[in-house]
Design a protein around this ligand. Structure first.
Ligand code: NDP
Length: 341
């Protein structure tokens, strides 16, 4: 059972050396006495930015979404897997599931209630790491519930070609909005305009003045800024918010590896323009999952939402794939194919 284990707690930018692959030969089986355990073969592992927070050592009292990873133990995150043994009545051998597991080939899940059984097996199973999983729900809940779009709104999305951003942009088009995205390469900008249907897009790395880029793409201002990055992009977007605009604070990936967060200088602008800045955590929207899944499956089948995945092969590729999120190496939803069946 190969695993990706945390070798040491991380400060600053994570590196591949912070993790190591170990082969744990201990036999995995569902304990005979257990009444409710499931042994899962992990097929697709999801790489998500929030894993970075769990790689650091936090002090008591720090506000964290989940406990720190333990040095010497496997990392953990969302996966798509296949049940290969079960003593839980709801899960049968051969069922496909998604949920949390270790970053390893096989995981014994002792709380199978946390798993979701996959019914739409006609769609690619890997979609449950992205558009039909946690990032998709994040995009949907964040945009629809926190952003509350109105037809004709002008929307700006950062990290727009990523797992969350690509879905936000397409939901914005479905809602009748004008949508502009920023991304970190010309290839991604091209994708936004050609594949994902963004009205306009710019490469934030090659623009010398982010505020000027926003003025060029959104001369009448922004009604909804869906913020995935924080930092300089958030600061520039604040200058262009329209009266009554909404900043959906989804993530601030530009800050995750910094010892000292960048200062945001333009926050005061939210007062005269009565801008609502609201953070949210997808964990608070799990109750919406069924409605979201039904709607998103329809969009996918109708071709209204298209997906771009960046899949690397083999669990050995997982550390590099994870740290690649922090330099924008991924083009689309980053996942690791551990096995296909
Ligand atoms: P992505 O698939 O978008 O991958 C991360 C991307 O972030 C990279 O590809 C890169 O794209 C961009 N990026 C990396 N470093 C920087 C930087 N210093 N400045 C600007 N952009 C950078 O990830 P996700 O879609 O999974 O996540 C997007 C955001 O949403 C993250 O901040 C994440 O933490 C947050 N999130 C929040 C949730 C919540 O519940 N609130 C739930 C899930 C995600 P590029 O090439 O464009 O720079």
């Amino acid at each position: 059972n190969k695993k990706v284990v945390l070798r040491r707690h991380v400060t600053g930018f994570p590196t591949e050396e912070d993790m190591e692959i170990v082969d744990d030969t201990a036999a995995l089986h569902v304990p005979a006495v257990s009444t409710a355990a499931v042994l899962v073969k992990n097929l697709y592992l999801s790489c998500d930015p929030w894993m970075r927070g769990r790689m650091s050592k936090h002090d008591d009292g720090d506000v964290v979404p989940a406990p720190d990873f333990v040095v010497g133990e496997a990392l953990a995150n969302f996966m798509v897997g296949k049940v290969i043994d079960s003593t839980h009545p709801e899960f049968k051998v051969g069922d496909h599931v998604w949920g949390m597991s270790g970053w390893e080939e096989y995981t014994l899940i002792t709380q199978p209630e946390s798993l979701i059984k996959i019914k739409n097996t006609q769609l690619p199973l890997s979609y449950y790491t992205g558009v039909l999983g946690m990032p998709g729900l994040t995009a949907y809940a964040g945009f629809m519930e926190v952003g509350r779009p109105k037809r004709g709104d002008s929307v700006f999305v950062s990290a727009a070609s990523g797992a969350v951003g690509q879905i936000v942009g397409q939901l914005a088009k479905i809602a009748g909005c004008y949508v502009v995205g920023s991304a970190g390469s010309d290839e991604k900008v091209h994708l936004l305009k050609t594949k994902f249907g963004f009205d306009d897009a710019f490469n934030y790395k090659s623009e010398t003045d982010l505020s000027a880029a926003l003025k060029r793409c959104l001369p009448d201002g922004i009604d909804i800024y869906f913020d995935n990055v924080g930092g300089a992009t958030l600061d520039a977007a604040l200058l262009h918010m329209r009266k009554g605009g909404r900043v959906v604070a989804c993530g601030m990936i530009s800050q995750y590896n910094l010892e000292q967060p960048d200062g945001v200088r333009n926050l005061m602008t939210i007062i005269p323009k009565a801008v609502r800045v609201e953070g949210f955590n997808v964990g608070g929207y799990v109750h919406m999952y069924s409605r979201f899944e039904e709607e998103m499956v329809e969009y996918i089948k109708e071709g209204k939402v298209v997906i771009m995945e960046d899949a690397v092969e083999g669990i050995e590729s997982a550390p590099a794939a994870l740290i690649g999120l922090f330099s924008g190496r991924n083009v689309g939803k980053q996942l690791v194919v551990v096995a296909r069946e």
